[in-house]
Structures are given as structure tokens and as C-alpha cells.
Design a protein around this ligand. Structure first.
Ligand code: NAD
Length: 498
């Protein structure tokens, strides 16, 4: 008997993971499901490959990573079409995603030596007879567990930085987008054919759990906060360090002196791009009273123009069919508690699509305000002033990104958001800025990908001191005399006793 396929829901048939389009049900591909033993073997193979990769040094790795960057850029239409075919994402959104990923590969490759390479650091007066040396060495094998919503950008956000730092990587892509994950490792193997430096294992959540217990030297997880807790618990068994990039409920604040047209444009894109299935997507807006009505009008006018459907539409299908129930529940809950739909509403969910929905005056304790919706919906609530907006934005346990529109106080407001990132007078732009770290606080996780912090995340600091002269004030020896100790006491009082 063959299994009944719900379009978009992965199934396992004869030991293979079958991936289908959520829009059409067309098969995107099928890949062998790994056993726990397969995962361990993949990590063992990666460990040997990682030694070869690390020995290439920064220049050797840079050259190869830049070759991969070139391939990704040249074949951008191919991978964007694949992202569309497998996850349903509009091709234009997929192109933007790949562009951002290419940018990160380039930056990580070019900057790894500067950030991680061996260098002398200054000595202090107390140990002036020693020189100090610092470098950042690779962990060995990094396990990367990815989600489906940005199947190129999220794995590359970890993998490119881990690879540039000298690690081998074993990727466990989401079961909703394994074909895209396999494409990434296959194209890497085209430019680095010598050793299996970047490979993939496929399957459901149990394969991710097996990767946590596989002996990988670090696990970089991107996905929901609920799974992040399981990943951390599994990694705790072997004290395997983890990086957790988890969910969010990002807020936008619109202050009284904001450019309302620009704010509405960024809000509609930030909330509805990729059908709202974006960890750093705008899900809640707090607009100050004097501009509230005008802002809502501009948002609705823009959002109402968006097309919904397959292929060239602005908003594609919901990738994970089970999410449709969550989105419906959030809309119903908001409306039943006194919120109003000024666009879309109760009948917006038309599987596999959801029409853009803008909800206003939604109680702050409703699911639509407190929980991650992951659909093309947003709430806009009025606030007295920016201070109240910050309080409300900071009221949740999530703290990933955020956005502020305004002039005079906008940067100060952005700094007060309890989040790892914020965009002023734009939305989501921090994600594409490869010089900046990306990551959250609270239930949104910890650790950082991207930028210098992202390179350091995938390496261990190695500190070396080297004697360069005899000690004038010997302290770290049993050969010291009482007079040496007395001189040391005197010196420390002179230096720090003021
Ligand atoms: P998910 O947590 O369901 O799955 C993520 C990955 O974890 C998948 O590969 C899955 O197979 C694997 N997994 C499941 N159970 C596991 C277990 N017990 N041990 C190890 N791995 C396991 O998340 P999702 O639905 O794929 O992705 C959507 C979520 O990801 C949203 O919450 C979104 O906000 C979040 N996300 C966060 C970021 C970020 O950078 N912070 C980026 C993109 C998505």
C-alpha cells in the first residue's frame, strides 16, 4: 500500500524521505534516511576530512570557499527554482535569500584569517616578562541542524562560518527541505572534491537528535524554541557545546516622527515576505496614538495589493501544512477577544494559502500577540508613546530582532529593545549585514552566527604565553623569597592601590 501524501508533508517510503511541494504535491526529490549509526559514521568521516581541511590553512580554505561562492552566484536561478519547487517560496523571495547567503560565504571566507588567525596580544605590567599569543582553533566537526523556512540562508549562516574557521560540517536539513540541503553539500563537493568536508544526513527529528549524540564537537541548531530545549538537553549528556537560533515574535515600533510611507512599506514586507514564515519576521506592531490610524491605513492599502497563490504571486503557500491550524487559531483567538481584522480575517486561511491579515486592537495576552504565528498576519496595536511601545515589545520571553521607525529617538529606542538585533527605518536588514552578529536572547536562543562573533562561535580560543625574560618580581615559583613577595605587595599597591 502506498502512503497518502499530504502536499508538503514529508513521508518516509522504503527508507527514503520523500519531499513534495506544499502547493502542488509534486515530488521534489527523495533521499535516504540515516540511522543513528549512519550519523555516527558521517561524523567520523567528517572528522578525518576536517583534519585535512584545517591543515589547508586560512588561505587554502578561503580560495575554496570563494570558489563555492562563485558557483552559488552563477547558479542562483537553479537553486532559487529548487527552493520554490520544494518549499513553495516565491522565486523572487528565494533569490533574495540566496543573495544574502552568498554575501555571508564571501565575508566569512575573506575575514577568517583576520579574526581567528594567530596574533600577539599585549602583555600587562604584572607579567611583562612574558609575551602573549592568541589564536582561534576549529572545534573539529560541527553538526548543523536546520529549519525549512530559509533552507539556504540558515544552514549557510552556520556552515560557511564553521567551514571558514576550519571545521568540517555535517548538516541535518529540515525534513521539509532535504533536497535543497543536499544541493548545498553536492555543490560544495563539486568545488572541494578531495574530502567529505561538508556532508548531509537526512530524516526526521530523531536524526537531528542522533547528530546531537554523534560525537560532533559542537552543534549549531536553528529551529523552534521547543526543539532547541531538546537539542540542548541531548547535547548536555556529553557536554557538547550548542548554538541555539530559535523562534521569535519580533516587534516594530512606529514613533510619532516616523516616515509613515516608509514604515508601512517595510512593515508589509517584513511581516509578509515568505508568507510570514520568517524567524525575524515582524509579527507585532506598536504605533503611537497620533500616527496609528494613518499608519494602519497605509499598511492595509499596501497589503491588500499583494497577490496570493503559486508561481509568481507575492505570497506563496504555507510550507508546513500543520502550521495552518496555528495561524487559524491565532486569528480566531484575536477576533474572539475583541480584536478587529482590517484586512483578511476569519476566512483568510484557504489551504495551502493564507491571505494577508492585519489585526488591530488585539489584547496583549492573546495568542496572536504572544506566540509565534509564522503566517502572513500581523497585529497593530496603539500605544501612548514610544516608552509604552518598548515595554510591550519587551514583555515576551522571545528576543530575536526588531524594527523601529522614527527620527529623533529611533536609535535610542532600538538600543532599548530586549533583542539581539534591530533595524532602524527598515526591517530585517541586519540579517544580510555579514559584518554584524545574528542571534537572540531569552527563548530566541543564544550564541551568534555571522560577523566576527559568528566566526569565533565556531572556534576555541587558544591562549599561549611565552617567557621572554627573567622575572624581576618572581611570583610563580617556589624559588621566590620573602623579599620578592614584599616587593610584589609594594608594586601592586603602587599600581592599583589608589
Ligand atoms: P523545528 O524545531 O521543528 O525543526 C528544526 C530542525 O530540528 C529540523 O531539522 C528537525 O528535523 C530537527 N529536530 C526536530 N526534533 C529534533 C530533536 N529532538 N533533536 C534534534 N533535532 C530535531 O523548526 P522548523 O519548524 O523547522 O523551523 C521553524 C522554526 O525555526 C521557527 O520557530 C523559526 O522562528 C525558527 N527559526 C529561527 C531562526 C533563527 O535564526 N533564530 C531562523 C529560521 C527559523
Amino acid at each position: 500500500m502506498t502512503a497518502v501524501h499530504v502536499p508538503g508533508t514529508p513521508v518516509i517510503e522504503d527508507g527514503r524521505l520523500v519531499s513534495t511541494s506544499p502547493a502542488t504535491g509534486a515530488e521534489a526529490g527523495r533521499l535516504p534516511v540515516a540511522t543513528a549509526e549512519d550519523v555516527r559514521r558521517a561524523v567520523d568521516r567528517a572528522r578525518a576530512a576536517g583534519e585535512w581541511w584545517a591543515a589547508l590553512g586560512f588561505d587554502g580554505r578561503r580560495e575554496r570557499l570563494l570558489r563555492w561562492r562563485g558557483l552559488l552566484a552563477r547558479r542562483i536561478e537553479e537553486i532559487a527554482e529548487l527552493v520554490h519547487a520544494e518549499g513553495g517560496k516565491p522565486v523572487a523571495d528565494a533569490v533574495v535569500e540566496v543573495v544574502t547567503a552568498v554575501e555571508h560565504v564571501d565575508w566569512a571566507a575573506r575575514n577568517a584569517r583576520r579574526v581567528l588567525g594567530p596574533r600577539r596580544v599585549r602583555s600587562r605590567l604584572v607579567l611583562a616578562e612574558f609575551s602573549a599569543h592568541l589564536e582561534y582553533q576549529p572545534y573539529g566537526v560541527v553538526g548543523v541542524i536546520g529549519p525549512w523556512n530559509y533552507p539556504v540562508f540558515t544552514p549557510i549562516g552556520s556552515a560557511a562560518y564553521a567551514l571558514a574557521a576550519g571545521n568540517a560540517v555535517v548538516l541535518k536539513p529540515s525534513e521539509y527541505t532535504p533536497v535543497v540541503g543536499q544541493w548545498l553539500v553536492d555543490t560544495f563537493a563539486e568545488v572541494v572534491p578531495e574530502q567529505p568536508v561538508f556532508t548531509a544526513v537526512h530524516g526526521l527529528g530523531d536524526v537531528g537528535a542522533a547528530l546531537c549524540r554523534s560525537g560532533a564537537d559542537k552543534v549549531a541548531f536553528t529551529g523552534s524554541s521547543a526543539t532547541a530545549r531538546k537539542v540542548m538537553a541531548a547535547c548536555a549528556e556529553s557536554l557538547t557545546p550548542v548554538l541555539l537560533e530559535a523562534g521569535g515574535k519580533d516587534a516594530m515600533i512606529v514613533d510619532a516622527d516616523a516616515d509613515l510611507d516608509a514604515a508601512a512599506e517595510a512593515c508589509v514586507w517584513g511581516a509578509l515576505t515568505n508568507a510570514g514564515q520568517t524567524c525575524i519576521g515582524i509579527e507585532r506592531v506598536y504605533a503611537v496614538e497620533p500616527v496609528f490610524d494613518a499608519f494602519v491605513g497605509k499598511v492595509v492599502e499596501r497589503a491588500a495589493r499583494l497577490t496570493v497563490g503559486p508561481d509568481d504571486a507575492d505570497i506563496g503557500p504555507i510550507t508546513m501544512p500543520s502550521q495552518l491550524d496555528v495561524i487559524r487559531r491565532h486569528i480566531d483567538d484575536a477576533l474572539s477577544r475583541g480584536g478587529r481584522a482590517v484586512l483578511g480575517g476569519a476566512d483568510a486561511v484557504q489551504p495551502p494559502y493564507v491571505r494577508p491579515t492585519v489585526l488591530v486592537d488585539v489584547p496583549e495576552d492573546s495568542a496572536a500577540v504572544r506566540e509565534e504565528t509564522f503566517g502572513p498576519t500581523l497585529t497593530i496595536n496603539r500605544v501612548r508613546d514610544a516608552d509604552e511601545a518598548v515595554d510591550r515589545a519587551n514583555a515576551l520571553s522571545y528576543g530575536l530582532g526588531g524594527s523601529v521607525f522614527g527620527r529623533r529617538r529611533a536609535v535610542a529606542i532600538a538600543r532599548r529593545l530586549r533583542s539581539g538585533m534591530a533595524s532602524v527605518n527598515s526591517a530585517l536588514t541586519f540579517a544580510g549585514m555579514s559584518t554584524l552578529p545574528f542571534g537572540g536572547v531569552g527563548d530566541s536562543g543564544f550564541g551568534r552566527i555571522h560577523g566576527e562573533d559568528g566566526l569565533r562561535e565556531f572556534s576555541r580560543a587558544k591562549a599561549v604565553t611565552r617567557r621572554r625574560a627573567r622575572s624581576l618580581l618572581p611570583s610563580t615559583t617556589f624559588e621566590r623569597t620573602p623579599a620578592d613577595v614584599a616587593r610584589l605587595v609594594k608594586a601592586i599597591k603602587v599600581m592599583y592601590g589608589r
